[in-house]
Write a protein that binds this ligand. Structure first.
Ligand SMILES: Cc1cc2nc3c(=O)[nH]c(=O)nc-3n(C[C@H](O)[C@H](O)[C@H](O)COP(=O)(O)OP(=O)(O)OC[C@H]3O[C@@H](n4cnc5c(N)ncnc54)[C@H](O)[C@@H]3O)c2cc1C
Length: 330
């Protein structure tokens, strides 16, 4: 079998996940050369194991043992064809945002400072400050390990919506490249409330980026100091009827209009209204800075998952709302 020596055994992933969970991958392969993708199918068949993909570990809760082959894509080439830019999945997301702004493209500035890789960006359709990555994706190029071939998805085939895409259900696909359509005509997106203080005159993509980085740093604990995966819960999307019921429980509920006459309510508001900001359970804590962020001090996943369950059951008891967990629990 070609490139057998590229498969590592019993590799620690502690430095490869931002919760710093002491996880071990039974087998691990890093793909920098795309030819190596062809050896994966034979390897998993021979070892009778399944596989999973890990990016930079900024949105996962890992178990202590992953009894699988863990695939990590480090291929990070950038290919430019006018306003279509194809980027290798292994490129760091924020480095790509910087690259796009330096090369005169705009659009990605509102998504500045989001940790992780380009390959993971379509998975949950990363979003922040009034923007989502799906607005800029033309095509997602994947490798299907079961079929041992490449397969591409157009933007509409990705079924993007809030923190969702088709890729969350397609476990045999590894994203290899993402093709973006970016413009050189700058249209500022300042609708999000934290950006309201910026004035449209004299504004540039870089001013928006710098402002967002400041706001993000003030709000979200640095995962290198307090291990965390950003927001642990999604903002619930509910009907207007359900909203009316919640208003009876708490008239000051925060929400925004969403598609199809629905509303997106603030999960942070729900958590704070139950006095859970700063709440600690064993080695896990609801951040003092942002109540959607859970900080982890344990080498095992149990404490943070117990804290998440505790929050979910209090929100369910008090508001009859199921808070959905955002990171992938492996
Ligand atoms: C401090 C902090 C702030 C954050 N802020 C935001 C935010 O503002 N908005 C937002 O949307 N998210 C945010 N996140 C979440 C995170 O940054 C994103 O979800 C990011 O896209 C995860 O990238 P990753 O490479 O670390 O993926 P991982 O965490 O390694 O993986 C996430 C999921 O993607 C899958 N995956 C990864 N790479 C591939 C691939 N190449 N092919 C197939 N599947 C793959 C994994 O199997 C897993 O299911 C934040 C996280 C942190 C720690």
């Amino acid at each position: 079998m070609k490139s057998l020596n590229k498969f590592q055994q019993s590799l620690s992933l502690k430095e490869k996940n931002l919760l710093k969970i002491n996880s071990v991958a039974r087998f691990f392969i890093e793909i920098s050369d795309l030819d190596d993708l062809n050896s994966i199918q034979d390897f998993v068949t021979e070892k009778k194991i399944s596989f999973c993909t890990l990016g930079e570990g900024s949105n996962v809760v890992l178990p202590n043992l992953i009894d699988k082959l863990v695939i990590s894509i480090s291929y990070d080439e950038i290919i430019v064809e006018e306003n279509l830019i194809t980027v290798g999945a292994g490129k760091n997301w924020d480095d790509f945002v910087i690259w796009s702004l330096k090369n005169g493209y705009s659009g990605l500035e509102n998504l500045s400072g989001i940790p992780g890789s380009v390959g993971a960006a379509p998975i949950q359709n990363i979003g922040a400050y009034g923007s989502e990555v799906s607005h800029f994706i033309e095509e997602v190029i994947c490798f299907d390990v079961e079929l041992n071939e490449f397969i591409s998805f157009t933007n509409s085939e990705c079924n993007f919506s809030y923190r969702k895409s088709i890729f969350q259900k397609q476990s045999s696909l590894v994203i290899i490249k993402v093709k973006f359509k970016l413009s050189k005509d700058f249209i500022p997106n300042l609708e999000y409330e934290d950006l309201n203080s910026l004035k449209e005159d004299n504004i540039s993509p870089n001013t928006i980026r710098e402002h967002i980085l400041k706001v993000r740093n003030a709000k979200i604990s640095d995962p290198r100091i307090c291990p965390n995966v950003g927001s642990f819960f999604k903002n619930p999307i509910i009907s207007r009827n359900e909203l009316d019921k919640i208003k009876q429980i708490n008239p000051s509920i925060k929400y925004n209009s969403y598609l199809d006459n629905k509303v997106k309510i603030s999960a942070a508001f729900l958590i704070e209204s139950l006095n859970l900001k700063g709440f600690t359970l064993k080695n896990a804590k609801v951040s003092d800075k942002h109540s959607l962020v859970l900080e982890n001090k344990s080498e095992k996943p149990k404490d943070i998952l117990d804290l998440a369950s505790h929050i979910q059951s209090l929100v369910l008891d008090n508001y009859n709302i199921n808070l959905e967990i955002e990171p992938l629990i492996f």
